[in-house]
Design a protein around this ligand. Structure first.
Ligand code: SAH
Ligand code: SF4
Ligand code: F3S
Length: 436
């Protein structure tokens, strides 16, 4: 039996929604009077986990092992949250004897679970209650200039490789008023940019409209300079949302729209319900609305049965689109998903080779996109101090990292001329300080 913890640490892995959940859990524990501490010393360590690929899941067990071997011999209370908790809750308790297991829809119960564990009672909650956790979470605290706000959760798409529909449950949209209130609270707490989050964020809807109607309402919040959203599904890319890119000034010219593969047979086997050409047509419409939009995507190489010729079509799609940035992964078979038992599982060395070729093409395009920024003057939101004295780091409208020497403060939005481009970041020179 462990005594009630006085200090805590939350470590989040995986997607931005986990980062958001981790922040909310930290606020919850702080409200209970626990003080934040380093994970190497905290009485309670929450590992907020990701189940998306096998490597991510295995990491949980190695992290638990490390927490058990602290130099000073102390043993923290260990809580497993996030998608591995949801998918493998009882197995983790059995295999790693952790103190608390809490799923992504139940973490508002963390204080009770921690109290139960301290009293030596079993503490596992992976329910997906109808009443949302959001209603009982404490108010937002101080945040940085760029903040996350989860507006939609879950997924009904059931791509055949993916665990998210099982770990996060069905698609649910948070109520409009609750989102607007939270956005205002974030702005009061220091945010100048808000990224709306959802596993399928553009599936957000209420009786009055879709995500564009929410974005237009947030655009009217004084002090909120930038709005972003991620991750979108091609099938939920409505004309209304595309139009918002043309006329909502605070909506940044960036779209992350995963495609996974450029081949129609593979897309069908993935149950993606869009084709290569329907995806490309959406991008045409987005570019017509916002010609300078930066595009981003997700790719999977080595889906079961993917032939060399089919993989070549992913490369040709990349050539055709010209992504500003992208994420690419080797297919990882996940327990319980249909693709895990499909015939034609691809050999690791073939996946390695395909990933290398894909990443070379994506890196080439990212470098070209960055190089094309040189000479432009754009607004940069200053997010933090850089490594060198006097250096500040921020983001361009197209989500590029920009470093510059400036006396600007964190949270300032300043005009910067881009003078230098690298593969992953830009260098700039401050021009005019815009009114804050
Ligand atoms: N809802 C989003 C993203 C979900 S997960 C979407 O549909 O795009 C983020 C990315 O992880 C996916 O886009 C996909 O590229 C990748 N991914 C998901 N499951 C995977 C698996 N089993 N193996 C490898 N990559 C996977
Ligand atoms: Fe997973 Fe597909 Fe849902 Fe994205 S849309 S979360 S890849 S099932
Ligand atoms: Fe990972 Fe769950 Fe996000 S599986 S990617 S943490 S939704």
């Amino acid at each position: 039996m462990k005594s009630a913890p006085k200090t805590f640490a939350v470590k989040s892995f995986g997607c931005q929604m986990n980062v958001y959940d981790g922040e909310r859990m930290a606020e919850l524990m702080a409200e209970q009077g626990l003080a934040p501490a380093d994970a190497a010393e905290a009485d309670l360590v929450v590992l907020n986990t990701c189940h998306i690929r096998e490597k991510a899941t295995e990491k949980v067990y190695s992290d638990i092992g490390r927490l058990r071997k602290r130099e000073d011999g102390s043993q923290p209370m260990i809580a497993i949250a996030g998608c591995v908790a949801q998918a493998e809750g009882e197995e983790i308790v059995r295999r790693a004897k952790v103190d608390v297991v809490v799923g992504p829809q139940a973490y508002h119960n963390l204080p009770q679970l921690v109290a139960d564990a301290a009293a030596g009672k079993p503490a596992l909650d992976t329910d997906m209650p109808v009443a949302s956790k959001f209603g009982v979470l404490p108010a937002r605290r101080k945040v940085g200039p760029s903040a996350f706000l989860t507006v939609q959760e879950g997924c009904d798409k059931f791509c055949t490789y993916c665990v998210v529909p099982y770990t996060r449950g069905a698609e649910v949209s948070r109520p409009f008023a609750a989102i607007v209130d939270e956005a205002k609270a974030l702005v009061d707490a220091g945010a100048r940019e808000i990224t709306l989050l959802g596993q399928n964020v553009n599936a957000w809807a209420d009786e009055d409209g879709g995500l564009d109607h929410l974005i237009r309402a947030l655009d009217r919040i004084p002090g909120l300079a930038r709005i972003r959203y991620t991750t979108s599904h091609p099938n939920d890319m409505t004309q209304g949302l595309i139009d918002a890119h043309a006329d909502v000034e605070s909506l940044m010219p960036f779209l992350h729209l995963p495609v996974q593969s450029g081949n129609d047979r593979v897309l069908k086997a993935m149950n993606r319900s869009h084709s290569r050409s329907s995806y490309l047509r959406i991008l045409d419409r987005v570019r017509a609305a916002r010609p300078d939009i930066a595009l981003s995507g997700d790719f999977i190489v080595g889906f079961p049965g993917e032939t060399d010729t089919e993989f070549e079509e992913t490369l040709s799609l990349v050539d055709e689109v010209g992504y500003a940035q992208a994420f690419s992964f080797k297919y990882s078979p996940r327990p319980g998903t249909p693709a895990a038992t499909m015939p034609g599982q691809i050999e690791p060395h073939v996946m390695d080779e395909r990933l290398q070729r894909l990443q070379a093409a994506l890196n080439r395009d990212q470098a070209a996109f960055n190089a094309a920024s040189v000479g432009k003057t754009c607004a940069v939101l200053i997010e933090r101090a850089g490594r060198h004295p006097g250096q500040m780091l921020g983001k361009s409208p197209w989500l590029q990292s920009v470093h510059l020497d400036s006396d600007a403060a964190i949270g300032d939005l300043i005009a910067v001329e881009i003078v230098q481009a690298g593969p992953n970041s830009l260098g700039g020179v401050a021009r005019l300080r815009t009114a804050a």
